[in-house]
Ligand binder design. Structure first.
Ligand SMILES: [Fe+2]
Ligand SMILES: [Fe+2]
Length: 259
């Protein structure tokens, strides 16, 4: 089974890049299943139902995950509670709408996707390690193909979760920093890991945001209005090859594709 996992889609440039490239990559790379982080798909933060539908139905992404910006646009609350293909971190409050894991079917078999958020330099959430322990145990009763999106700032926390879940899941991939790391590997236990997938958005940017106001804020310390950058864009993520039966990852390849 070939699974593509795409890093944070940022703004219009990121959405257009995903809509243009995901169908093409699906064909060219024989991809069976696509997961993408969409926490920045509307403007620079959040997701709306219209944009979620574009990414699911037009781009053909199978599952969208979220992160610390999940609730930046209120319009998404009802959809988070009703759309099974939209996940938010599982270790959010149980009072928050939506769910953090799901089991999905594709031509090559069943895939579980689990989204959790880190706790280092981030807003408080429940323990991602304990959350994964409980959910992986229950998901594993249905399928051995389990893909984990750990949305976190600290490289150490993401690598620690990969060690924690080694041999128990097919992949632990990081999101949130918007910068792709070059540490992809498959462990002896058969778990594919990368600390961060990178982002899908405008190349001339600071993490997908128009550079000038970000720069002014650093220099002056004064508030600025941020907007998603436009212009030439790239899709970042990984392509995984996973045993449909058994769930072992066989390979992980980084993707950086210009639109
Ligand atoms: Fe992000
Ligand atoms: Fe984030």
């Amino acid at each position: 089974m070939r699974v593509m996992v795409i890093g944070d889609i940022v703004g219009r440039a990121g959405r257009e890049t995903a809509c243009a490239l995901v169908p093409r990559l699906r064909r060219e790379r024989s991809v069976d299943f696509v997961v993408a982080n969409a926490e920045n798909a509307a403007g620079v933060a959040g997701l709306t139902p219209e944009i979620a539908r574009d990414l699911l139905d037009d781009a053909g992404i199978d599952v969208l995950t979220l992160g610390n910006h999940a609730w930046a646009k209120r319009e998404i609350y009802p959809m988070a509670g009703s759309e099974p293909r939209l996940l938010r971190p599982a270790n959010f409050s149980p009072e928050a709408p939506g769910r953090g894991a799901g089991i999905f079917r594709c031509a090559a078999g069943q895939v579980a996707v689990l989204n959790v958020q880190g706790r280092i330099f981030m807003d408080p959430v429940a323990d991602p390690f304990a959350t994964c322990d409980a959910l992986v145990a229950s998901l594993a009763q249905e399928t051995s193909v389990i893909i984990v999106d750990i949305h976190a700032e600290a490289t150490s926390e993401k690598q620690a979760l990969a060690w924690h879940l080694d041999g128990r899941v097919s992949a632990v991939v990081g999101t949130h920093t918007h910068v792709q790391t070059a540490d992809e590997r498959v462990t002896a236990g058969g778990t594919a890991c990368i600390t961060d997938l990178g982002m899908t958005g405008a190349v001339r940017s600071i993490l997908g945001v128009t550079p000038e106001p970000v720069l002014r804020r650093f220099i002056t310390g004064m508030p600025e209005r941020f907007e998603a950058a436009a212009g030439p864009s790239a899709l970042c993520g990984v392509l995984l090859e996973v045993e449909a039966v058994g769930g072992r990852a066989l390979s992980i390849d980084r993707l950086q594709v210009r639109a």
